[in-house]
Design a binder for this molecule. Structure first.
Ligand code: MN
Length: 226
């Protein structure tokens, strides 16, 4: 094989204690906490989980995140992230549960103004969700994902989002089972599992700290656009 341009960069996420988790795809779940569904004007009680995705090179780590272009309303959404070590299609929740290699806390950064426009015009969410550095994530901890415990995000030391992982409408196993009915899941896939209420804006200079259960925390700082 002779590559005619340079190969795209391998994208990986660091693992607690050492090593790197190679990333294949990044999936995200919409509205998976009732209080957030309500704050976005939706009915949380009757909706099956729905999905969108981010490009894998939207992944970012802790530290500086440049304020993205094309928005004046960048929002934070703290989320539990699943890292898959196995996959498959049409998985039962039990089989899907066994695909989880580890878990981390992440922030589904969102250009809320572009999302509102997309919603109002019936357009895709890609521009609202899939921009560069829109998926910062903390260290992955190997092992089962926490099913209860606080999920929080603070901005400059002030708590903005405060929920509990046990308040997820669809459990991790159920999310993966539903997702596997749409896409064949594979090792290296990451799944952002939705955010609790309290989403809000981030501005240049803001420092956000995200936590989910006792997983390694994530700190980011929004820097001015270059
Ligand atoms: Mn989200």
């Amino acid at each position: 094989m002779t590559l005619v341009i340079a190969a795209p960069q391998l994208i990986s996420a660091p693992v607690e204690g050492g090593g790197d988790f190679p990333v294949r795809r990044i999936y995200c779940v919409g509205r998976n906490y009732a209080d957030h569904a309500r704050e976005m004007g939706a009915d949380p009680t009757r909706e099956a989980p729905f999905f969108f995705s981010k490009p894998r090179d939207a992944l970012a780590g802790a530290g500086a995140i440049p304020y993205p272009q094309a928005t004046i309303d960048l929002h934070h959404e703290v989320e539990l992230v699943l890292a898959l070590g196995a996959g498959g299609a049409d998985l039962t929740p039990e089989a899907a549960q066994a695909c989880i290699w580890g878990a981390a806390v992440g922030i589904d950064l969102t250009r809320r103004d572009l999302q509102a426009e997309a919603k109002s015009k019936g357009r895709p969410w890609d521009t609202a969700k899939g921009f560069d550095a829109s998926a910062p994530m903390g260290l992955i901890r190997k092992g089962p994902a926490p099913q209860a415990g606080p999920i929080t995000l603070s901005v400059n030391g002030e708590t903005r989002q405060s929920g509990d992982l046990s308040d997820m409408i669809w459990s991790c196993a159920e999310i993966l089972s539903h997702l596997s009915a749409l896409f064949e899941l594979a090792p290296g896939d990451l799944v952002f599992t939705g955010t609790p209420a309290g989403v809000g804006p981030l501005h240049p200079g803001d420092r956000a700290e995200a936590r989910a259960g006792d997983l390694p925390g994530l700190q980011i700082t929004i820097t001015p656009r270059a």
